[in-house]
Design a protein around this ligand. Structure first.
Ligand code: NAD
Length: 315
């Protein structure tokens, strides 16, 4: 992979793919953004629409492409698939989207073994697992967007509630990007102070009740948004820009992406989100915190949910 180039290939130019590209093109992070979709008319229309904004952005080439464009890509982002329908759980999507992601992985894998692949299509943890097993690349190079979005929602809600800038709040949602995800309260800090110490001092609310409510609100966010407007795409678009930034700038940032665990947190052969250090080569290390028993159990339960789904697909 050319370390000077900043080429991103986006497969799937639906609401998520295009929200991502729309945000990414304004950052100057990439110098080439290539779009692919099986719906050629939609692809052409999106490329035209997005590229008409180029006089207002830092220089970047945007065009429709094909799989050979992956050869020298730094990053391939897969958002192709079908969205979550009203009332449908993310896990219901698995069979439909697994076939799509497998076939896309084959076509990317025919061109390169060098880039980083970020899977966004849901259910993201299951599909990240299948992509890892399918391509057999080093695990740090096929990652899922995981709970980066959920973590952003968590920080946003904590920020609003505590009236402290979200950038001064460190807190993570771990596990499945979905109903079994957990809030790692043991890792939550405001201005360097653990939240379990901060809240009793602040005393602005009945904090135990508030904590439970916040976690519920984070978990239900996607359902509410889908109920109100049919799909979620801006939040994930910006979450993907954040992951892209960490990779293209070789930042070694800590993000809760979905990754194949090999014994970390007592879990093996499963993909879910834990704090990972990310740079140009993808995930370079996993930060293993000593979670309290309740959070360990939550993470284990989340892994069990995912394992059950995987067992169903394998048969
Ligand atoms: P969408 O229906 O608007 O777009 C999907 C696009 O994928 C369409 O343009 C379609 O033509 C294309 N596509 C389908 N199969 C393809 C294939 N084989 N090759 C190339 N293109 C193909 O859907 P959306 O709202 O953009 O959502 C996309 C995915 O992202 C969904 O699975 C959704 O659940 C997921 N999502 C994930 C997160 C997250 O945090 N991980 C958040 C929001 C949405």
């Amino acid at each position: 992979m050319d370390t000077q180039s900043r080429k991103v290939v986006v497969i799937g130019t639906g609401s998520v793919g295009c929200s991502y590209v729309y945000a990414l093109m304004q950052t100057g992070l990439a110098n080439e953004i290539i779009l692919l979709d099986r719906d050629e008319e939609r692809l052409e229309g999106e490329v035209m629409d997005l590229s008409h904004g180029l006089p207002f952005t830092p220089p970047v080439q945007i065009r429709a492409g094909c799989y050979t464009d992956c050869r020298d890509a730094n990053l391939v982002v897969i958002t192709a698939g079908t969205g979550q329908k009203n009332g449908e759980s993310r896990l219901d999507l698995v069979q439909r989207n697994a076939a799509i992601v497998r076939s896309i992985c084959d076509q990317v894998g025919d061109q390169t073994t060098e880039c980083i692949i970020v899977i966004v299509t849901n259910p993201v943890d299951i599909l990240t697992y299948l992509a890892n097993r399918h391509l057999q690349w080093p695990r740090g190079r096929i990652i899922g967007s995981g709970t980066v979005l959920d973590t952003a929602r968590f920080r946003t809600m904590l920020s609003r509630h505590c009236q402290v800038d979200a950038r001064n709040i460190h807190a993570y949602i771990l596990g499945e990007h979905g109903d079994s995800e957990i809030a790692a309260w043991s890792m939550a800090h405001i201005a360097g102070m653990n939240i379990n110490k901060y809240c009793p001092k602040c005393r602005k609310c009945d904090y135990e009740k508030t904590h439970n409510q916040l976690v519920e609100d984070v978990r239900d966010s996607a359902y509410h948004i889908i109920d109100y407007k049919g799909a979620t795409y801006y939040g994930i678009g910006l979450s993907l820009v954040r992951i892209t930034e960490a990779i293209l700038r070789n930042e070694n940032s800590v993000l809760t992406v979905s990754t194949m665990l090999e014994g970390e947190y007592g879990l093996d052969d499963i993909c879910l989100s834990v704090p990972c250090v990310i740079g140009r080569n993808g995930i370079t290390s996993i930060i293993e915190s000593n979670l309290p028993q309740k959070e360990k159990n939550g993470l284990q339960a989340s892994a069990d949910v995912l394992r059950k789904i995987l067992d169903q697909i394998k048969t």
